[in-house]
Design a protein around this ligand. Structure first.
Ligand SMILES: [Zn+2]
Length: 285
């Protein structure tokens, strides 16, 4: 446990807690990678459950519009989070995740409510736009290219990781902005760790096929029809394959920190979502 009460997984990259003040004086803690904070052109954060206004199973920083939470509360939560970006909810873009590998380029201001588009990945080079991906155990990944000044984001559950959505984001940044994979810094958000994420043999088999030669490195057979899958390792493998050098892997597991992070495996559908957010600052030009 750290001083905040979070259970940390040793040997991974530390997500630091940065605490801001809400308009009513309450605390708004978020998680950040120091390595990404150093890239002055962009702002990023991963939200925790603390610091919002939602109640009950959504308490308190829920960023999902579609899980039954009061939309007024969700909007207020976005208002609080986007203050960190010197922005507002109207400049956030959230898509509906489809557990696929489709990536969309975002060129204009978004809407706080999810656009009716089914994409799991987004890229932009427009300052002032805040890209947001939601999860509760699944991986989120933020991408920052300090050379071409472009950013990306994705939601990567087991299907998206099997389909290599992260690689698709990198490809799209190459195509659209001339990014070089070796310049892009990637950060995986708080998510289920390899010791907690149990899957059945059929899914494990699909990973063996999808990541030939590599999958034994992120699967542990429990010999009871179930295996442990380290989704983060699979995601890192998919990024290294295409030339990315820096992938930050979180030391926080959603299933081990349910008081601070939403976990689908622990809470089922009675829960909110945590979010990953990244945007290019407007004052860099
Ligand atoms: Zn865990």
């Amino acid at each position: 446990m750290d001083e905040y009460g979070l259970k940390r997984n040793a040997g991974y990259d530390t997500l630091q807690i940065r605490t801001y003040e809400n308009e009513d004086g309450s605390e708004l803690p978020v998680l950040k990678y120091p390595e990404l904070e150093k890239l002055a052109f962009a702002e990023h954060c991963f939200t925790m459950r603390q610091g919002g206004v939602s109640e009950g199973v959504y308490a308190s920083m829920n960023l999902s519009w579609s899980r039954g939470d009061d939309p007024e509360h969700v909007r207020q939560n976005y208002t609080r989070i986007t203050r960190l970006f010197h922005s507002d909810p109207d400049h956030v873009v959230v898509t509906r995740h489809e557990h696929g590998t489709h990536v969309i380029r975002i060129d204009g201001p978004g809407e706080s409510e999810p656009l009716d588009m089914r994409y799991d990945g987004m890229v932009t080079n427009v300052p002032g736009i805040v890209l947001c991906a939601l999860a509760a155990d699944c991986l989120t990944v933020v991408f920052a290219d300090p050379v071409q000044k472009a950013v990306g984001i994705c939601h990567s559950g087991w299907k998206g990781t099997l389909g290599r959505i992260s690689r698709e984001v990198i490809r799209r940044m190459q195509e659209e902005y001339g990014s070089r994979p070796e310049d892009i810094v990637c950060g995986i958000g708080p998510s289920v760790c390899g010791e907690c994420y149990e899957i059945n043999d059929e899914i494990a088999h699909r990973f063996m096929e999808g990541y030939p030669g590599q999958a034994p490195g992120f699967l542990v057979d429990k010999h009871n029809g179930h295996q442990l899958l380290d989704l983060r390792k699979a995601c890192v493998a998919s990024l290294k394959e295409c030339g990315v050098k820096t992938v930050l892997v979180p030391d926080l597991c959603t299933m081990e920190n349910p008081d601070y992070l939403f976990s689908h495996r622990l809470m089922g559908n009675a829960r909110g979502n945590i979010g990953a957010l990244i945007g290019i600052k407007e004052d860099i030009w």
